[in-house]
Design a binder for this molecule. Structure first.
Ligand code: KG4
Ligand code: ZN
Length: 360
């Protein structure tokens, strides 16, 4: 079984092909970073137009890299939400057109489910597993019970972790996208102990008995530190030390929240799995310090950590193709009048949280 996956929900125009042997036959990701960097963030209208301009050639490149043609495909999957709706529509319509003209099934995929199932593509992780989903738009702890069934245990009450990385980076004068820039800058720190003493930061929600997150206080603390530094351009060493302190704190917060989730997971699901696994996914899972902290935490609790390789941590078509393939294998597909969904929670029954708004 061979499936093409298309991803256009943010600023990557991506297409990839996977098969049921869990092989990624091609994975083409065209970043629009250059078009958004001057604005310091993703501009939805520019993103949608750029997807439209590039989608055809990205899909053809994915077929060419895999040495396949449209007639080899058993299905075509596309992100149908959540995300920037203009871009989502471009990828979704391209997939529907391919499905209609080649008479193959169409699958409308939840972008978050794409991230969630990547661990099954790369490591064949069995259900149920515990999952930390950390991206630019979401920060959630969920249990993946089976395909299409997720229980949300925690969510951010304000910013997402990736958003906090991006906004803090901007405050420090680092270019967009901030996450990878903060990581790169933090690793230049020669005196980590000095950095965390010089730039104390809060640990929002630490010790609370639930699995929720809050990042706006952390971002404000970064702003306060920046404002206390001498006026004008920040000195390079200040940015390096503040980046280190910030990243260190992020890892601490995420590990603390996951610690609570692990305790609960072992209690409620301990007998339902032989290989208890913590999966980390979404763009922020590219961060080595965060994965290191989560790896130590998992080990302490006798669990294994599964983190995606760099090529699959950020937005990509392979995760969408794989989610489509898993659904196709179960006999599922979607009609061609399937609607794009700007909001599409993985757990529609997840309890509402005060202040969490649409991110819940
Ligand atoms: O999953 P993703 O590619 O897009 C969304 O669905 O949001 O995640 C993008 C987010 C951005 O906020 C980006 O700064 C963050 O992931 N990110 C990182 C790293 N690489 C990407 N954050 C921290 N460290 C990284 N190495
Ligand atoms: Zn994503």
């Amino acid at each position: 079984m061979i499936v093409l996956g298309i991803e256009t929900s943010c600023d990557e125009t991506a297409a990839a092909i996977v098969n049921d042997k869990r092989e990624v036959l091609s994975n083409v990701v065209l970043s629009q970073m250059d078009e958004h960097v001057v604005f310091g963030g993703v501009v939805p209208e520019i993103a949608a137009r750029a997807h439209l301009e590039h989608i055809d050639k990205v899909i053809l490149a994915a077929l060419k890299d895999a040495n396949l043609t449209f007639s080899d495909l058993d299905g075509v999957a596309a992100t149908c939400g959540p995300g920037l709706i203009g871009g989502v529509m471009v990828g979704m319509m391209a997939a529907k057109a391919i499905a209609a003209s080649h008479n193959i099934p169409f699958l409308g995929i939840n972008h978050l489910e794409g991230h969630a199932l990547t661990a099954r593509l790369t490591d064949n992780v069995a259900f149920p597993y515990l999952m930390l989903l950390v991206s630019g738009g979401h920060t959630q702890i969920l249990v993946a019970e089976k395909l299409g069934k997720y229980k949300r245990w925690g969510t951010t009450l304000d910013d997402a972790a990736g958003e906090c990385f991006d906004k803090s980076a901007k405050l420090m004068g680092l270019p967009y996208p901030g996450g990878p820039q903060v990581e790169k800058t933090a690793y230049q720190c020669k005196n980590p102990e000095n950095a965390v003493t010089r730039f104390p930061l809060p640990t929002p929600m630490k010790g609370r008995k639930n699995c929720d997150f809050s990042f706006s206080g952390l971002k404000t603390a970064v702003r306060n530190h920046v404002e206390k530094l001498p006026a004008g351009d920040l000195r390079q060493n200040d940015i390096i030390e503040l980046s280190h302190a910030f990243q260190d704190k992020m890892a601490d917060v995420l590990a603390d929240r996951c610690g609570h989730a692990i305790t609960r997971f072992k209690k409620e699901y301990g007998t339902k799995t032989n290989t208890p696994t913590l999966v980390v996914c979404g763009g922020v899972s590219a961060n080595k310090t965060i994965c290191g902290a989560l790896g130590q935490l998992a080990e302490k609790h006798g669990m294994q950590l599964c983190a995606p390789p760099l090529s699959l941590s950020g937005d990509n078509g392979a995760m969408i193709a794989w989610a489509g393939l898993e659904r196709l294998k179960e006999g599922q597909n979607d009609p061609l009048d399937f609607q794009a969904r700007p909001r599409w929670p993985l757990d529609p029954n997840g309890p509402p949280r005060h202040g969490a708004g649409v991110k819940a």
